[in-house]
Design a binder for this molecule. Structure first.
Ligand code: ZN
Length: 227
């Protein structure tokens, strides 16, 4: 899954408005931020096999440290403690944990059975949404629309960057997704790993756009007086 993870980050803003969208993107996409680096380090393995599913040509041979349920629960706990250490409340910490773990649940929907429960365990889960191109598009775009709607109900633009920057971020997300959906498979795993680092760009964009938006709820408006 790709857009669905960003949707989770957008939606999480409703539950933890104090957290930046950049942090929420980083949490919901934590697994896919780690994964390319573990690939480049040789700690995890992927193979490109065009036709493996109707949507995705990647055979996730081994990725227990970035994509097992147990590892993500631990990464999530570490991220939640970091958020607490930065002075946020337990609610924000719990949202960060849930966002990190949500990656596994959403990937289970998309992937063929290749998602491990824990490093060292043989069991693999996956519901195989990727076998259907139309269903994948409907779910990915539908989730993004839902997440965006929640984010827009939670925040409002403070200036042009808050408004048009957000529109640009969403357009770029959808553009990159459709380019990979309709485009050729990556030429090799190295190119794949480096292009997967693009997720960092969206963490930065999320952080930037979010700074130019503010909570909508009347009780939560910033303390700046409108004088
Ligand atoms: Zn993933």
């Amino acid at each position: 899954m790709f857009l669905g993870h960003f949707a989770a980050g957008l939606a999480a803003k409703r539950v933890a408005p104090a957290l930046s969208l950049g942090a929420l993107f980083a949490a919901a996409q934590g697994a896919d931020l780690l994964w390319p680096n573990l690939l480049l380090a040789g700690a995890e393995r992927v193979e490109i096999r065009p036709g493996l599913t109707a949507v995705n040509p990647l055979d996730f041979v081994s990725y227990p440290w970035s994509h097992s349920l147990a590892a993500l629960a631990l990464w999530g706990a570490a991220a939640a403690l970091a958020v607490r250490a930065l002075g946020f409340g337990w609610r924000a910490a719990a949202v960060i944990w849930a966002a990190v773990v949500s990656h596994w649940l959403l990937d289970v929907a998309s992937h063929v059975p290749d998602l491990p429960l824990a490093p060292g365990l043989a069991a693999r889960l996956g519901l195989g949404l990727w076998h259907s191109r139309p269903a994948t598009l409907v779910v990915e775009l539908g989730l993004l629309a839902l997440g965006l709607a929640l984010y827009l109900r939670t925040t409002r633009a403070r200036d042009g960057i808050g408004r048009f920057g957000l529109a640009g971020l969403v357009a770029l997300l959808v553009g990159i997704y459709l380019a990979s959906f309709y485009g050729p498979p990556p030429p090799d795993t190295r190119v794949l790993a480096w292009s997967a680092q693009a997720v960092w760009l969206f963490v930065a964009l999320g952080w930037w756009v979010d700074r130019h938006r503010e909570p909508r709820a009347p009780g939560r408006t910033p303390s700046r007086s409108p004088a």
